[in-house]
Design a protein around this ligand. Structure first.
Ligand SMILES: [Mg+2]
Length: 196
């Protein structure tokens, strides 16, 4: 009998890819989140000028893979796990993102790399992909995204960013973690114990 495929979705920024700019990046992120507050009303930040877009490409290029998580992901990819990279990075970011994934040997680890190439609302984009790809588990560092994903069947894991407090999560369905390695370990343990 064929073993059931376990479909795990992962966000890219803040999950698979960490930032190497330390405290500076935390400040950038706080500003970015303040701008993104309008996301509830279908408005969201979109870098319009070429200069803004170039700045985001450079910022994203400076990220580095979370090595411990990636090592575990590689070993699970040999088993019955199937990984989907689901990132709301926009169309202008597509070519450099694919190059970045190939540079670090990550591209082939994923069954599908799904980016927001139609520049849709990032939250709706993820909800739609998690449903259409029948994702069993999803890992993200954005609590707002995860709350929206509570309407799906996926079990959800929040990588709590350094500038956030885990107490902000009031959803039983969303499990807090410090890293995506920890989230993957919890998925494996849950499956072994038959509770996932
Ligand atoms: Mg993220």
């Amino acid at each position: 009998m064929k073993t059931k495929e376990i479909r795990v979705g992962l966000d890219l920024d803040g999950v698979v890819a960490k930032h190497s700019l330390g405290g500076f990046w935390v400040k950038v992120r706080i500003i970015k989140e303040a701008i993104l507050k309008g996301a509830h009303s279908k408005k969201y930040y979109f870098p319009k000028t070429k200069l803004e877009q170039l700045a985001w490409i450079v910022i994203n290029w400076c990220r580095v893979p979370d090595k411990k998580g990636t090592d575990l992901l590689k070993s699970l990819a040999q088993k019955n796990f199937c990984f989907f990279l689901i990132s709301s990075r926009l169309k202008f970011n597509y070519p450099s993102t694919i190059k970045w994934l190939k540079k670090y040997g990550l591209f082939t680890l994923f069954k599908k790399v799904l980016l927001n190439t139609k520049d849709e609302n990032p939250i709706y984009f993820k909800v739609e992909k998690i449903k259409s790809e029948k994702i069993d588990f999803f890992i993200d560092d954005d609590l707002e995204v995860l709350i929206a994903l509570c309407q799906t069947k996926a079990k959800l894991f929040w990588i709590v960013p350094g500038h956030k407090n885990g107490d902000e999560n009031h959803e039983n369905k969303i499990i807090n973690c410090n890293s995506y390695k920890e989230a993957l370990e919890k998925i494996v343990i849950g499956i072994d114990k038959g509770i996932c």
